[in-house]
Design a protein around this ligand. Structure first.
Ligand SMILES: [Zn+2]
Length: 232
């Protein structure tokens, strides 16, 4: 089932996505949202078409260096036709008493095998390696769980795959794409439980209480996530 998303990537992010200039982790997060969101799918197609036209209109001498990037971009974002769109969301992840359909790009990443770790407070995390710049993970918040209050040294992107969660700034459900930056302090909580995919480009920092003692561990986990990505 595809719900209409209420929160989407910014136009600037979609432009970078269309131009193929994002990190692997961010690329997968946006690609997964685009699979779930018709609005962003349309916008991305238009941006890709525009990027191609811009490229064709640049003088021939300038094209050489960008050519391989553009081809790589076209290959990595094949346009989905209607039949393929329907087929694209097939794989499922089993959570507690039900299964969740995953966007194709995430199903592919998850197919490598997920190792779930309990982080305490009803939060579970399974990291995957997508590039050497970001920490990428599935997060499962059990019903009634909440994370410690935290802020980000860089940006954190969260894509909701199932269930819902809320923080000081809103309430988010399936397909929603949420971006938090270093100016935001928040405390996600989930009453019904929530499965998300998250991408961090810097470790997060807990800001309150005893959870602050875990900050060195966050830095360590972030560095470790990057060091496991040497294949990329
Ligand atoms: Zn969207």
């Amino acid at each position: 089932m595809i719900n209409e998303a209420n929160f989407h990537p910014s136009t600037e992010l979609l432009q970078k996505f269309a131009a193929g200039t994002l990190s692997g982790g961010m690329n997968v997060a946006i690609s997964a949202h685009v699979e779930l969101c018709e609005l962003c799918r349309k916008q991305t197609s238009e941006l890709e078409a525009k990027a191609t036209i811009d490229w064709l209109q640049t003088p021939a001498d300038d094209n050489g260096a960008e050519y391989s990037d553009m081809i790589a971009n076209i290959i990595s974002h094949p346009q989905l036709n209607k039949a393929e769109e329907k087929k694209s969301i097939l794989s499922e992840m089993h959570m507690l008493d039900h299964s969740v359909s995953l966007p194709k790009v995430l199903a592919k990443a998850a197919a490598e095998g997920l190792v779930w770790k309990k982080l305490g407070g009803g939060i579970n995390q399974a990291q995957i390696s997508l590039d050497d710049e970001t920490q990428c993970e599935f997060i499962y918040m059990q019903p009634g769980s909440q994370t410690p209050v935290h802020k980000h040294q860089g940006s954190e992107v969260t894509l909701v795959l199932d269930g819902s969660f809320s923080d000081e700034l809103g309430q988010y459900g399936r397909s929603d794409f949420i971006m938090r930056t270093s100016i935001d302090v928040h405390q996600p909580r989930s009453d019904e439980g929530c499965l998300c995919f998250a991408v961090l480009d810097k470790p997060l920092t807990f800001t309150k209480g005893i959870a602050r003692l875990l900050n060195p561990l966050n830095n360590y986990r972030f560095k470790k996530a990057l060091s496991q990505n040497t294949n990329f």
